[in-house]
Design a protein around this ligand. Structure first.
Ligand code: NIG
Ligand code: FE
Length: 406
């Protein structure tokens, strides 16, 4: 006898995201058992006698994998609205950073915040992401920049995952900016990151990956390499903020370390793209930062297509370059600003985003045996998810087979 199904979804039109075209199935059912997808198929194949604990009739609503936001800095304190005003008056992001503002100003506020306050401020952003369909989110540290404060941020990120129906993957981004106490001593700071912060975060099980900001206002290639070597010694995969403002050839370095992803990539060249293709490194595109910084240098979408580099799309939720918690809006921007197709944008927040987090085997598609992270939408066609500007068509969201009030 087959086991009793925990939850049966009836009359769903599924976009499994297992195929690149994002086709829609005819009316189907999805059976969930133990938090996993235990069965799916056309409604006509549904056994009417199958024992079921609970069922939901979706009335033909569109079902997709739960959305995955694979690049956020959502754990931070305060905001940088004043810098927004300065930039609108003509100051550049780099000028503000070099004048001691930028990332370092959020570091000051984040260091001052006690964990409970940091948790409360970050939980608001997490809940907003979830309300737009996010079931898995990556959260980076990077506003602590000391052993104590980086661990504080990673602990808050883990705690957020325990207290919300969402899967959190943490990334250590201690090499995000130079903390003021190391002014003029970037190599010393990187040595501290490589010798102390990376090993300790790994030892405590607080980081699932390691990231760095390879940029003229961040760290150079040699420094990034040191951080990656430390990650490798600690057994952690790497990701990289690469070629956002200039071409530092970080994408090639990241690919050489088998990076899960290289992110931003506005200035990556063909050699970088080819290195990513060889390594299977995902291109994580962040149209929110592109838009908010009024960037004009579009990432080379055609090169990613031509070389078969999977493209993910994420919010980059952070106070300086992308203060947003709306992943479907990022899908819209990926299409309007980068000319990605709506199907590419959907794969970018599902299957390819899962891969950017090393979760391709368990998340990102609606397939047998995958985790039952699912979204039901009040739309007819999948392209509508990217088409509407800032809409919120989420109807229901399941995390590990469980639904929660929105
Ligand atoms: O991904 N580029 C570096 N890090 C963030 C911005 C951080 C900030 O400005 O606070 C980004 O855009
Ligand atoms: Fe970022």
């Amino acid at each position: 006898m087959s086991p009793t199904i925990d939850l049966l979804l009836r009359n769903v039109r599924i976009v499994t995201c297992a195929d690149d075209a994002c086709t829609v199935t005819p009316p189907a059912f999805v059976a969930i058992f133990g938090g996993l997808i235990a069965g799916l198929g056309p409604m006509t194949h549904l056994d009417p006698d199958a024992p079921v604990l609970r069922e939901i009739d979706a009335e033909g609503a569109l079902l997709t994998p739960g959305l995955i936001d694979c690049h956020t800095h959502l754990v931070h304190a305060g905001h940088r609205a004043r810098e927004f005003e300065l930039r609108l008056q003509g100051a550049s992001y780099e000028e503000i950073a070099r004048a001691g503002g930028g990332i370092v100003s959020t570091v000051k506020q984040t260091r001052e915040a006690v964990p409970a306050d940091l948790h409360a401020q970050s939980a608001r952003r997490l809940q907003a992401l979830m309300a737009h369909g996010v079931t898995t989110v990556e959260i980076k540290s990077g506003y602590g920049l000391s052993l104590k404060d980086e661990l504080k941020c990673l602990r808050v990120a883990r705690e957020l995952g325990l207290r919300h129906p969402v899967t959190v993957r943490t990334t250590l981004l201690a090499a995000h900016a130079l903390p003021p106490e190391y002014a003029g001593r970037a190599d010393d700071y990187i040595a501290h990151v490589a010798e102390h912060i990376v090993p300790e975060a790994a030892r405590l099980g607080l980081a699932d990956a390691v990231d760095a900001f390879c940029e003229t206002i961040g760290f150079d290639l040699a420094q990034t390499r040191q951080v990656f070597e430390a990650a490798k010694r600690a057994g952690l995969p790497v990701k990289l903020h690469a070629e956002q403002l200039s071409n530092m050839h970080g994408a090639e370095l990241a690919a050489g370390f088998g990076a899960l992803s290289a992110d931003h990539l506005e200035h990556v060249d063909e050699a970088g793209v080819m290195a990513m293709a060889r390594a299977g490194t995902v291109a994580v595109l962040l149209p929110g930062a592109f838009y908010f910084l009024r960037d004009t240098h579009v990432p080379p979408i055609d090169l990613f297509r031509r070389h078969g580099v999977p493209m993910a799309v994420a919010t980059d939720c952070n106070p300086g370059s992308s203060p947003t918690t709306h992943l479907p809006l990022m899908m819209n921007m990926a299409c309007t600003l980068f000319r990605m197709t709506p199907a590419e944008a959907l794969l970018g927040v599902t299957r390819h985003a899962a891969r950017a987090l090393g979760l391709a085997d368990t998340h990102g598609t609606v397939e047998l045996g995958k985790v039952a992270d699912l979204c039901l939408w009040n739309v007819d066609h999948p392209a509508e998810l990217a088409y509407a500007i800032g809409a919120s068509p989420l109807r229901q969201r399941l995390h590990g087979g469980r639904d929660h009030a929105l």
